[in-house]
Structure formats: C-alpha cells, structure tokens
Ligand binder design. Sequence first.
Ligand code: 3PG
Length: 308
Amino acid sequence: MSKKILIATDKPFASEAVKGIKNVIDQAGYELVLLEKYTEKQQLLDAVANVDAAIIRSDIFDNDVFEAAKQLKIVVRAGAGFDNIDLEAATSHGVCAMNTPGQNANAVAELAFGLAVYAVRNFYNGTSGTELAGKKLGIHAYGNVGRNVARIAKGFNMEVYAFDPFLSAEAIEKEGVKAVKTVEELYSTCEFVSLHIPATAETKNSINYELLNKLPKKALLINTARKEVINEAEIVKLMEDRIDVKYVTDILPSNHAEMAEKFAGRYFSTPKKMGAQTAEANTNAGIAAANQIVDFIKNGNECFRVNK
Ligand code: 3PG
C-alpha cells in the first residue's frame, strides 16, 4: 500500500514549496495529504491518524498527537528549532523526529537586519535615526542563522562579535568574527545583540535583567529566536530602568500588550513569526524534509534525527 505523507502547517508554506514537496512525494510513489491553517487540535489529531510521515513547522507534536498517529514512523520539522516536538513522546511511540538544519537560515538572518534597520530609523517615524555601519554587533549563538547574520553584518560594515558555548574561539575567528569568552562579555561589548539560541531547559528565561543591563548605551536587542529565552518580566523592568534600550522581536511576547503600551517607540513585534516565511526558505526546508522522509523510508537514513 502507498505511504501517506502529511503536510500539517498551521502557518502554510508558499504554494511553490507545496508543489516542490508534492513532486518529491509523487516521484517516490507516495501520496500527499495536506492540512493547512487548521484552527483546532482535533483537526491535527484526525489528520495524523492514518499517515506514515509528517512534515511540520512550529506545529505542536505532543504526546496526544503521537498517541493519535498510530502509523506514524517519522516527523520532520521543516526548519531549525524542534522545541515544538515532544522528543520523549516521539521516542516512546517509535517515531523518528528530524529537523532540516540551515535550510531557512538566510531568511531568518535577513529579517534580523530588517528589524534592526527599522528600529535604528525610529520605526520609520520620520525623525533622525542612526546607522548600522561602524557599530558592534554581538551574535548570541553562532549556528546556521548566526553565520548568515555575520555575513550580512560585514556587508553593513559592522564590527562582528560572537559567543557560542559549543564552538572554539578558533572556529569562530577563522570566519573573520571576533570570539568573546563569555556571554557577559558579548553583552557588555556590543550595542547590537542578535539572539540565535534555541529554547532549551538551559536557555529558557536566560536573557534576563542582569545580562541585559550590561549592554552599552543606546543598545538594541534583536530576537528572531524564541520568546521563551527572554525573561519577560525582567525585560519590562530593564526597559523601564534603561530608557536608551530598544527591543525588536519576531516572536510575539506573552506580554505584548504591556510592552507595546509601555515602550511605544522602543519596542516592536511582528504579529506572527515570519523569519522563515519566504518562498525560498519554505521551498528549501519543505523539499529537504520531503527528501529526508523518502530517504528514511526507502533506505533507513536517520542522518538528521534529533531524538534517541
Ligand atoms: C525555525 O526554527 O526554523 C524558525 O523559527 C522558523 O519557524 P517556522 O517554520 O515556524 O516559521
């Protein structure tokens, strides 16, 4: 019997990405099932019931979903962060979970600069702003997105610094980026900090008052990572105490209404995470996910597996 591959995306891919995915699935002799813009969890539970594989974005795959997905063998998160998948539940249900690292990194990096320019030009309110050239940019975590941010920052003539606890200084510096030894040093050195850390038990709430208060005068924090890494109560206090600090984010904070009201002119959030929302990123990540599924089913390739 033909394998069924589900695309389950609350935030749909560009149509050309879906066509590209369908092409890979058709060529493999499998059947594509599409669930887009669903509003109720039950729709997802129904859709996973008889599929062998699933391609998702930030869609929540928790224990309930794995329980309902009786035939599921593989779920691929078309993107980098897999904090939306309950990895233990995947493992206990015998499901392989993967991501597609790097495939949407350029899109996210470009948006970081869109947000930065918007902020330093005072949210396009017509008043005199500042430029990025000559300023120090700190990249917090030097993975696929961080590397793309460094490349673009050099084009803006910024001085680029990075901190990554999993990389040596040599690995960072060979790419023409200054490595700092501690996260505190990154924040005390750079007036611009761009966040690229995943949401893990260690990083959640880690961007707190103490760290942010090390930022030099007239600093800008750019978040295209995850809202969970920010200590939301403490960033409010910080921005009350430091009226020179601005914050721009692509991930709507839980306290957005309070932030928007208190920090008008210093705070901006996109309404729905759109860093990876380009036709190119959707196509790259979506097709990579489809190819990984075909290679897993046909050849057992688990190269991008993220659960045990
Ligand atoms: C990622 O982790 O790849 C990005 O945050 C993009 O997420 P999205 O596919 O939900 O837009």
